[in-house]
Design a protein around this ligand. Sequence first.
Ligand SMILES: [Zn+2]
Length: 479
Amino acid sequence: MPGVQLVLRSARVVTPEGTRAASVSVADGRITEVGPYDARVPDGAQLVDAGDDAVLPGLVDTHVHVNDPGRTEWEGFTTATRAAAAGGITTLLDMPLNSLPPTTTVPHLRTKQETAYAQVHVDTGFWGGAIPGNVADLRPLHEAGVFGFKCFLSPSGVEEFPELGPAELESALTEIAGLGGLLIVHAEDPGRLASAPQSGGPAYAGFLASRPRAAENDAVDRLVGLARKLDARVHVLHLSSGDALPVIARARREGVALTVETCPHFLTLSAEEVPDGATEFKCCPPIRERANQDALWQGLADGTVDCVVSDHSPCTAELKDGDFGTAWGGISSLQLGLPAVWTEARRRGHTLDDVVRWMSSGPARLAGLDGRKGAVAPGHDADFALLAPEESFTVDPARLHHRNPVTAYAGRTLHGVVRATWLRGQKIAEDGRPLRRTGRLIERTGHPGAGGYPGSAERPAATGPGRPGRTERIERPTA
Ligand SMILES: [Zn+2]
């Protein structure tokens, strides 16, 4: 047992058993003990007194489009992970599309890892992609450590990542279920989208009508049926339609292995307030009406919705051109997700424990990282977000670290100031400024024949043990 190097003390530590005054002891980047507030600090250990700031487990954001390499003018690993660190996120998983190449083969995954490893400020892993014709690539990708596979049922917006037709979906899911893997799905039905009124121009109402709730509802129905039939694990990405929740809740009660996420923008922004031409609010599925937002909050409250993750999907400012027909769809909120969600959560009577369940432990469990990430508990990585929950700030795009700081939150007043972020026992951001870069590339484990990071035996000296950017396999505890 290594000696304790750090003791982090606060009147409000959010633990799996609730929020209480506590001292968190850290050795070699891991939490060794969550003890009494006034516990003796061992000789040689650094004491950090967070005072009244709440200590949360670092957030786990399983839905981030980094776009690197290939569309680095949209976003990159350095800028995205700096924004994450500033926003209290300590682990992120990169989506397989919008980068060139997309993460649809093992060589493509290796290209992504080679690009990322020297850049990451937070721990970073990768989803694979399921596209037409790559069923044979799914097992090798799984064994190379991707966390699961993303697919679309309708056009993705980029031609190198086509959607799966019904037969392709079934064969991909059959393969993934056989691997014990997870399929994560952009769930909008292509037929419903094709028959909806097509959108163009600056009016938000037209765009909203072009992505009806029925498209999501039908897609969810289909996924429930397929998950049940194939005994497969399926995760619904960025649920916007509250109408789909009863079907999801029923399927889960019946034992279907279905999980669901929603996003800060669906929980905090509403269609009624989107100004015409404000394409920084465009995403797919879309931000819907206030009444729908209440249904999503109800889904969080009753446990039907498992996670709240950013779906950070930036682009250049020119691609947000004011026309809802042609603008790129995506909202950038990596740095703002925690205060955005907390602002509305506290208004609705939720606690920080709830927010941690939705934004840290829930996503960690989805990715199979529980046991190591997503909790202030012994054995977990010493990843923390220090939050001043009662303080507020006004969103200034100039203070955002992602590459193109276009944001739907500009000018809003939010509650919850992220004071500092710690990754494996080291402070990586303070008062919105990223500090040292100590992120690592991570892989799903517990699988046979893990490939590991390319050249893990002959890794460049600059990424050796204890240096930035090294790859680490996170072992799951045996249940
Ligand atoms: Zn996305």
